[in-house]
Design a protein around this ligand. Structure first.
Ligand code: GDP
Ligand code: MG
Length: 440
């Protein structure tokens, strides 16, 4: 899966300051496969990957994120953008009724969605919808809608299966007008495949109903087929929005991306089950995460990062053991600790130390870190590497250079030496000495 494939890519990205062209190439190669596996149409994938490459190459790595996280966040952002950015509201006609027509292939979930939407409108807007049964090709279809209507206590206009659907819709609309209904939901017929007869019928219904919304209902599990279906329906009917059903399965939802990219029409809702409550507003960001398998990916990145920190810690531990730990290492640690969050400065970095009771309660003050960093920066390289005695004159110079008092500099140096001793003690396994020093 994607997570495993990206593992090696992330390894290479660890610790880098800038994302190289090759890094981006590697990571987008994997994302390309992920998108194809999520059943996104090839031309859509190609275009998308091209965008990502342009955006990601040469990006400076921010302080807060590592390069892998950064590439992923660019991918996520772009994906979210293609999927529509934000949520897309159901359109409402300025005068009642708002007419909504469901279209789509047989079994996509049109009738079920009509029921779900009617329920939602009734409950959330106190609306009084009328549903029209315009699928006359399967006797069960009319019954299905009638049953839903009964369950929801929402009226259904039907004339059985022997009438022409266009006439049924026309009479249904008249009834809705007479009864001053605020919404009309037209449930139309589908076919197993697109055919001209069906399209003609839908075009006729569209012509007499002049719907505010023509919602194409597609089954997420049909993947690439869904994209092709969406294209044709949009060409013939100029749909206003898309409903993606059956997202409760384990499909990654790549159809959403293809459909959106191919038709440019907003996805409005998703179906997440057979029950009438299984309807969700479509959120592009969530879909993006789903397509990418974002949850898995973020966990992976964290793991890679932890491993990176471990390697750095090991390097520092070695220095400590050999008593080569100097002011520059100290600053490097401060930076690491700062990016890790509140923890005691040096402590956390020492292998084994983090398990000490109470250590996580020691807080780091960012201002204090900044002050210490300034003092180290005011030292000469020799001073930083402990190659020059820090005489009172030098300390005074460091104090004025860093905007601190002489006393503060003395305090800092004393603290540094104590930590160093402590580390030394610990490296030698002398826990008692260290504990007694810590306790003061
Ligand atoms: P239509 O032919 O387009 O009207 O499709 P239906 O509404 O009759 O739905 C076809 C089948 O899909 C039915 O068994 C529904 O219960 C089921 N279905 C519809 N929407 C969903 C969904 O979001 N999730 C799941 N799991 N099943 C759904
Ligand atoms: Mg149906």
């Amino acid at each position: 899966n994607l997570t495993e494939r990206l593992q090696s890519v992330f390894k290479n990205l660890r610790g880098k300051k800038k994302i190289s062209e090759n890094d981006v190439l590697e990571i987008t190669k994997e994302i390309r496969v992920a998108l194809l596996e999520a059943d996104v149409a090839l031309p859509v994938v190609k275009k998308f990957i091209r965008n990502i490459r342009e955006r990601a190459i040469g990006v400076e790595v921010s302080e807060a994120l590592n390069p892998a996280q950064q590439v992923i966040s660019i991918v996520n952002e772009e994906l979210t953008k293609i999927l529509g950015g934000g949520e897309s509201e159901l359109l409402k006609s300025p005068k009642i009724p708002t007419i909504i027509m469901m279209v789509g292939l047989q079994g996509a979930g049109k009738t079920t969605f009509a029921g779900k939407l009617a329920k939602k409108l009734k409950e959330e807007q106190n609306a009084r919808p009328l549903m029209i049964a315009a699928d006359v090709y399967r006797p069960a279809a009319v019954e299905q809608l009638k049953t839903l209507g009964m369950q929801l206590d929402i009226p259904v206009y039907e004339e059985g299966t022997s009438e022409n659907p266009v006439n049924i819709v026309s009479r249904g609309l008249k009834k809705a007008a007479d009864e001053r209904k605020d919404y009309v939901l037209i449930d139309t017929a589908g076919r197993l495949e697109i055919d001209d007869k069906l399209m003609n019928e839908l075009q006729e219904i569209k012509a007499i109903a002049a719907p505010t919304e023509i919602l194409l209902v597609v089954d997420a599990m049909t993947g690439q087929v869904a994209a092709q279906v969406a294209k044709t329906f949009d060409e013939k009917l100029d749909i206003t929005g898309v409903i993606i059903t059956k997202l409760d399965g384990d499909t990654r939802g790549g159809a959403a991306l293809s459909i959106r990219e191919i038709t440019g029409k907003p996805i409005k809702f998703t179906g997440t089950g057979e029950k009438l409550t299984d309807l969700e507003v479509f959120y592009p960001e969530r879909m993006s995460s789903r397509i990418l398998g974002m949850g898995d990916m973020l966990t992976l990145i964290e793991k890679a990062q932890a491993q990176f920190d471990e390697e750095q810690s090991a390097k520092l531990a070695e220095k400590m053991a050999e008593n080569r730990f100097d002011f520059e290492d100290f600053v490097e640690q401060l930076d690491q600790v700062q990016s890790m969050g509140p923890m005691d400065e040096i402590m956390k970095m020492i292998p084994g130390f983090s398990q000490m009771p109470g250590i996580d309660k020691v807080k780091v003050d960012p201002k204090d870190i900044a002050r210490k960093r300034a003092m180290v920066l005011s030292m000469t390289p020799k001073e930083r590497h402990l190659e020059a005695e820090l005489s009172p004159a030098r300390r005074r110079r460091i104090a004025s250079g860093s905007g601190n008092s002489f006393i503060e500099v003395n305090k800092f140096i004393k603290q540094f030496n104590q930590s160093k001793d402590m580390m030394q003690g610990m490296m030698n396994g002398d826990m008692n000495a260290m504990m007694s020093k810590m306790m003061g």
